[in-house]
Ligand binder design. Structure first.
Ligand SMILES: O=P(O)(O)OC[C@H]1O[C@](O)(COP(=O)(O)O)[C@@H](O)[C@@H]1O
Ligand SMILES: [Mg+2]
Ligand SMILES: [Mg+2]
Length: 345
């Protein structure tokens, strides 16, 4: 059977009219933008040094790389060609107002995994499409202050050995992966129904932050590391790519848990990742693939943002493992006494 193309999937979605048609049109434009970014990466940036510092800091205090700035420009152009009223980007302090009457706002991480740009490791783009309420059109700052459960669609591109799009068009649509096919110039269905295994065999965490974590989180990781000799009673493998998109895609394919908690470093009380354009779209795709996403305790998609660049601790992946992390947070002593797999929910 021929794989369905992204194009035909978006045409069926657009037939729903209204917001669905606007979503379909926007995702087509984002796909074209991602191909441009992919081509720039593939030809080495036409002489530009994509991993070099651009010399400025973004709103989160990160030094921008040349590719961060280039990708932001390319995706802003895509948003300008789409039914988008507001463009809220990691690389811009404030949201940019576009078409006044358009039905959607986009929150975007134009280039995720910036520290990997010059190491030829997979990097990506993460996006979240939100409906715009008429009451908020006059006040840009309010447009993005909606919980992630209100997203109309969300997804991410991975610039890796393949250019992939992971996409969810909503709870009833599940989560799919599409692969760019240079020979046809389009995206074809690659994984029609992503489904996260309920049990995790791998965890993903930046363990260099161990000394900055609180004792509860340390206890959870200690027990994973103790493996079959500890209270968990089984061994875990560890992976950390340091590109959220690539860690998430692996977890969508073979289960596992991703953890970026808050820690004691200056500016890291709520971890490193941003709610609107990292945690929310990832949580949307993960939940619609049968997984869970929390800030350690609370569901990510229920959090009401307090600003475009708000940070949140992030835990996502296999349902039973994300729940285990929550049990450690609630009662570390009890959680550590017996294998969590046997603990009451
Ligand atoms: O360098 P650290 O602290 O391990 O953080 C890695 C995390 O930071 C990120 O690179 C943040 O995203 P940006 O590259 O968009 O700032 C994630 O992709 C990744 O999961
Ligand atoms: Mg990012
Ligand atoms: Mg980024």
């Amino acid at each position: 059977m021929m794989a369905e193309s992204l194009d035909s999937r978006l045409s069926s979605h657009a037939a729903g009219g209204g917001l669905a048609a606007a979503v379909a049109q926007t995702i087509r434009e984002l796909g074209l933008a991602a191909i441009k970014v992919r081509d720039t990466i593939a030809d080495g940036g036409s002489g530009a040094h994509l991993g070099d510092s651009h010399g400025e800091e973004n709103a989160g205090g990160d030094i921008q790389k040349e590719l961060d700035v280039l990708a932001d420009r390319v995706f802003l152009e895509a948003a300008q060609n789409s039914p988008i009223a507001f463009y809220g980007s990691e690389e811009q302090d404030e949201a940019v107002a576009l078409k006044a009457d358009a039905p959607l706002a986009i929150a975007i991480d134009p280039l995720d995994g910036s520290s990997n740009i010059d190491t030829n490791v997979s990097i990506g783009t993460i996006f979240s499409l939100l409906p715009v309420e008429d009451a908020h059109r006059a006040d840009t700052s309010k447009v993005f202050l909606q919980p992630g459960s209100r997203q109309a669609a969300a997804g991410f591109f991975v610039y890796g050995p393949q250019l992939l799009l992971v996409l969810s068009l909503g709870a009833d649509s599940g989560t799919q992966a599409y692969a760019y096919q240079p020979s046809s110039g389009g995206f074809i269905e690659w994984k029609p129904a992503l489904s996260i295994a309920p049990e995790a065999k791998e965890f993903a965490v930046n363990a260099s932050n161990y000394r900055h974590w609180d004792p509860t989180f340390r206890a959870y990781i200690d027990d994973c590391l103790a493996g079959s000799t500890g209270p968990r009673g089984r061994d875990f493998n560890m992976r950390w790519i340091a590109s959220l998109v690539a860690d998430c895609y692996r977890i969508l394919l073979r289960g596992g848990v991703f953890l970026y908690p808050g820690d004691a470093r200056k500016g890291y009380a709520k971890g490193r990742l941003r709610l609107l354009y990292e945690a929310n779209p990832i949580a949307f795709c993960v939940e619609h693939a049968g997984g869970k996403a929390t800030d350690g305790v609370n569901r990510i998609l229920d959090i009401v943002p307090d600003g475009l660049h708000m940070r949140t601790p992030l835990v996502f992946g296999s349902t039973s493992e994300v729940e285990s992390v929550g049990r450690y947070a609630a009662d570390p002593a009890a959680a550590a006494r017996k294998p969590l797999a046997d603990a009451a929910p």
